[in-house]
Ligand binder design. Structure first.
Ligand code: ADP
Length: 279
């Protein structure tokens, strides 16, 4: 493991050395697990020089434990993306502190953000290349990651030859090739059709089980949040505060049939009601 970090996100050297022992989904929710991300009294303001200040986040206290899958839901503009950007070190808090215990971080955006002129395999290698991982190692990792998302046969294709769902799987593979300990996902499936989205959710859970990363996942969808997460954080409208944190006590592995079970429906109703209150 790398040394703890306190808001000093360097944005470089995002890979640690030997993979640390990861707890995996079954142990993730266990109380007392080491903390991977800690937000303590975090506030974030934008603007303020006469142009009108926006208080995006206010008094955020949240701990994400190692190996846990945390989903964040909340009304549009409540600061979900800002929260994720702070965890990624892409922005800094105005007040409070954000501590992330690993430098091994993968970031996935709503858009697959692939380079259209690079073949799929070379796109998957990109982040590893930017982190100066040697050619042989990054080729091995990229091939493994592409196989993990079921796209080994498409290594030589260009992104334009793939469907939206496949492009998102390439984006997932690109992050996986970093072998991240922490995966930050900002509405990655928001632009996909419903059938593809359900498939991607199952695929993500399989990757979560196999790779045992910690996940912080932003979504608008209550059903997606409950299906994926071991805890759902409900945020309130601006300024973004944590309204409620709901434990999703459903065992992994999860398959799409889970959605028809009463326990799932009850939790989804609970999150929806909380979201309504928060809005
Ligand atoms: P969400 O992801 O929940 O939709 P965001 O985190 O994107 O919300 O934004 C929270 C609030 O902060 C919004 O009002 C948004 O307009 C504002 N905001 C986000 N980024 C910036 C920025 N770079 N400059 C000014 N305001 C911003």
């Amino acid at each position: 493991m790398v040394a703890p970090r306190d808001t000093a996100h360097s944005g470089t050297a995002l890979l640690s050395g030997a993979p640390a022992e990861r707890p995996g989904p079954d142990l993730a929710a266990e109380p007392g697990r080491a903390t991977e991300i800690s937000f303590a009294g975090v506030g974030k303001r934008f603007g303020g020089n006469g142009s009108g200040e926006v208080v995006a986040l206010d008094g955020i206290d949240l701990e994400v434990r190692r190996g846990e899958f945390v989903a964040v839901v909340g009304p549009s503009g409540c600061g979900k993306s800002t929260l994720l950007r702070l965890a990624a070190g892409l922005d800094s808090a105005t007040s409070g502190s954000v501590a992330v215990q690993t430098d091994s971080v993968g970031f996935i955006f709503q858009d697959a953000t692939l380079l259209p002129w690079r073949k799929v395999l070379r796109n998957v290698e990109l982040c590893a290349e930017l982190r100066a991982i040697g050619r042989t190692e990054r080729r091995t990792r990229a091939t493994r990651a592409l196989t993990a998302v079921g796209l080994a046969d498409f290594a030589g294709k260009l992104p334009g030859q793939l469907s939206g769902g496949m492009r998102m799987r390439v984006s997932l593979a690109r992050a996986l090739a970093l072998e991240p300990e922490l995966m930050l996902l900002d509405e990655p499936f928001g632009a996909l059709d419903e059938i593809t989205r359900l498939g991607m959710q199952e695929e993500l859970l399989r990757l979560y089980r196999d790779n045992a990363f910690t996940a912080l996942f932003i979504t608008h969808s209550v059903s997606e949040a409950v299906f994926l997460a071991s805890r759902v954080v409900v945020m309130s409208a601006r300024p973004g505060r944590i309204h409620e944190v709901i434990d999703i006590d459903l065992p992994y592995p999860r398959t799409r049939d889970l959605r028809y079970e009463p326990a799932f429906t009850a939790l989804a109703a609970q999150v929806s009601a909380s979201l309504k209150e928060a809005s």
